[in-house]
Design a binder for this molecule. Structure first.
Ligand SMILES: Cc1cc2nc3c(=O)[nH]c(=O)nc-3n(C[C@H](O)[C@H](O)[C@H](O)COP(=O)(O)OP(=O)(O)OC[C@H]3O[C@@H](n4cnc5c(N)ncnc54)[C@H](O)[C@@H]3O)c2cc1C
Length: 410
């Protein structure tokens, strides 16, 4: 058996996605030593295409902690979205309704900024670790994280471990089944997402319910558009030629007098949609943050924002513990986070149900029920788009519920 090299830190963070990297950055600024262990390599982490919308408070937080320079230079503030149904497009003016906005700045860029900040501080994550095993999560004594890195075996001792290793990581499975409850819902559709070298055809994001299914027009920059189509979650991306994709987008996003610009598609993927929550988000010395604890369907643009919100709140409770020996925050982390998570699950489910076509067989065997539901959805959208109260409710949550802080301001 190879000897393990023993190392130690205050906080061992498993996963170098947005949640893990932001938490590490915040802890370092507060003088709390930590180590990030990441499965993949640096290039992969930077190239991974995912979310693109930052809530008001998420953008503010990144700015406050020295990560806002490129966000403000290259990102775009958006003051609303369009909701489209039955060929009509309606503007939901966030700023007029709730005085807040969102920022379009892709997750890749957020991760890039965080990695650069780590490099500058001389504390890069350990990339390419494998065989992570957690031990000592309960009882006295330090928690340990065993892992392999560049052919060597390590045992890292820490006061706390943070599971920021996403939906398929190793931390959540380390919590015994008897100590957790999981809630899950799969949707009968997925999103075919494309990136195309073409200037956006719209000034705001467009969310469109069409009788053939949902479509969305988003953007990454002045020259790159991001578009989505509701598809069968088991469909193969090979079935979707570029011509077929543009044709379908033209139909589902079309309105009179408006043209969708086409361009070279350079990224194509199908993502199934599901909602998931693991309760609690703490087990002894292990805290879960981000996708390791919860998944939302992307319709509400919340996954990345939830991950950043968890990291920010977890930072606060850990600082209170190290600075004042205050353990109340550690106890509050899971219940207060989950209260917020379920509000966001509600919003994401609401947006998803309002904007997608559910096949008749998915929810009920009753013939015609799917068509009935579609008419109800049109009624819902008509009501929403003609009511300032309805639109304000959407705007309030879309631009972001306040991030939790500790000690609580309330
Ligand atoms: C294809 C796709 C598209 C998405 N689109 C959107 C969108 O449009 N809008 C939106 O709001 N959200 C979207 N999301 C969700 C959003 O990207 C996530 O919510 C967000 O990445 C969560 O951040 P995280 O840090 O919690 O987890 P992740 O970003 O998943 O990061 C987890 C990290 O842990 C690492 N890891 C995993 N296992 C291990 C291990 N055993 N050991 C060490 N490290 C490990 C992973 O390599 C990864 O770097 C999308 C997600 C996917 C998968």
């Amino acid at each position: 058996m190879t000897a393990r090299t023993s190392i130690s830190t205050r906080i061992a963070i498993v996963g170098g996605g947005p949640a893990g990297l932001l938490l590490s950055h915040l802890l370092r600024r507060s003088g709390i030593e930590n180590v990030v262990l990441e499965l993949r390599d640096r290039e992969y982490a930077i190239q991974r295409v995912r979310a693109g919308v930052l809530e008001n408070d998420a953008a503010q937080l990144l700015t406050d902690v020295g990560l806002g320079e490129r966000l403000h230079r290259e990102g775009e503030r958006h003051d609303g979205i369009y909701l489209q149904y039955a060929g009509q497009r309606h503007h939901v003016p966030f700023r007029e309704l709730v005085g807040r906005s969102v920022w379009l700045y892709s997750q890749q860029e957020v991760v890039k900024d965080l990695i650069e900040a780590h490099d500058e501080a001389g504390t890069p994550p350990r990339y390419g670790v494998s065989d992570i095993e957690l031990a000592g999560l309960e009882g006295d004594g330090p928690a340990t994280v065993r892992f392999s890195h560049e052919g060597e075996e390590f045992e890292l001792s820490a006061d706390f471990v943070v599971g920021a290793d996403g939906a398929h990581g190793v931390c959540r499975p380390s919590i015994p089944e008897s100590a957790k409850k999981t809630y899950e819902r799969e949707y009968p559709f997925g999103w075919l997402g494309i990136l195309a070298h073409v200037a956006p055809s719209t000034d705001e994001l467009i969310y469109s319910l069409h009788e053939r299914g949902f479509a969305m027009h988003s953007m990454r920059s002045h020259t790159v558009s991001r578009l989505y189509l509701q598809v069968d979650p088991h469909d193969d991306v090979a079935n979707w030629s570029d011509e077929r994709i543009w044709e379908e987008l033209d139909i589902r996003l079309g309105t009179e007098g408006w043209t969708l610009h086409h361009g070279e598609i350079f990224d194509k993927s199908i993502t199934p949609m599901r909602s998931f929550v693991s309760d609690p988000m703490r087990f002894g010395k292990l805290f879960l943050a981000g996708d390791s604890a919860h998944i939302v369907p992307p319709t509400g643009a919340k996954g990345l924002n939830l991950a950043l919100a968890d990291a920010s709140y977890l930072h606060d409770v850990l600082v209170a513990w190290y600075r004042d020996g205050d353990g109340a925050g550690l106890d509050e982390y899971s219940p207060r986070s989950l209260e917020r998570v379920w509000k966001i699950q509600h919003f994401s489910t609401w947006m998803t149900r309002m904007l997608h076509r559910f096949s008749e067989s998915a929810e009920t065997d009753q013939p015609g029920a799917g068509e009935f539901d579609y008419q109800v959805q049109l009624g819902q959208l008509r009501q929403l788009c003609t009511s300032d109260h309805g639109m304000a409710q959407l705007a309030e949550v879309y631009t972001g519920l306040p991030f939790l802080t500790y000690p609580s301001e309330h």
